[in-house]
Design a protein around this ligand. Sequence first.
Ligand code: PDD
Length: 283
Amino acid sequence: MSQISFLNGKFVAASQAKVSVYDRGFLFGDAVYEVIPIYQSRPFRPQDHLDRLQNSLKAIALKLDYCDKYWHALIDQMIKKNNGGNLSLYIQITRGSEIERDHVGRADTEPTVLMMVSPLSTEIASLTPIKTTLLPDIRWKNCFIKTTALLGNVMLKQQASQAGYEEAILRRENIISEGTTSNVFMVKNGIIYTPIANQYILAGITREVIIEIAENASIKVIQQNITVEQLLDADEIWLSSSSREISPVTQIDDKIVAKGTIGPVTAKMHQLFQAFKRRLTGS
Ligand code: PDD
């Protein structure tokens, strides 16, 4: 069955979802986005994703008159029209299409709204260890905006990939920010640490859920600046995102983490995360 997308008020076959080359998303990266995991036809924390989407829209002063109720209905329709199951739902809003290329957008331009789905691999729940590399964070200083202007992230992830690593962990001077597509957690003496959600990182929804379920299980979580030295001295490290859930890090460049295995706190958090998902889907 071919997939169904949503474009500017209409549901269309994915292959028919087309936008103008004059779209500001294409010309300037003038757009924001969200990625929402769908587990067994249920969206994961949709309101959190919609709140973050509103924050991103507000940060770039893009006005869109879709209320939350309408968004929830659209998400439900996208799931139904694509036969449910495990999906990754992508939402993108650009400042729209304007025939004259001008950095300053016109106030009366209609935003472009796109939703599309792709299969969500069930492998993300399999706790697969990954190797990472530490790279300087070359991105701008507004990383809290989930913008499609991802050239810095793309360059860094490509650099990591070409060197044989799954993901790059980024540092600003000596302070860890995040991964190119993920948030960073570390464990030291049974306590979980993660960088503060400031302008240098995207406040991940998965990150938020992990903090919440750890605290509910009486595992201490501290949000603070993490130095490169502290990260390299950690007992355990993992990365989190909507498309990977929890990925244990067993290597940062030449440094082996957690003796190359999956540490006990990582395993526990993975177990709690799966239980949380099961409660959501009622399975
Ligand atoms: N990215 N930091 C960055 C830079 C990210 O791109 C992402 C996710 C995260 C984690 O956020 P969340 O837990 O809400 O998925 C952190 C998505 C998955 C992407 O770009 O495809």
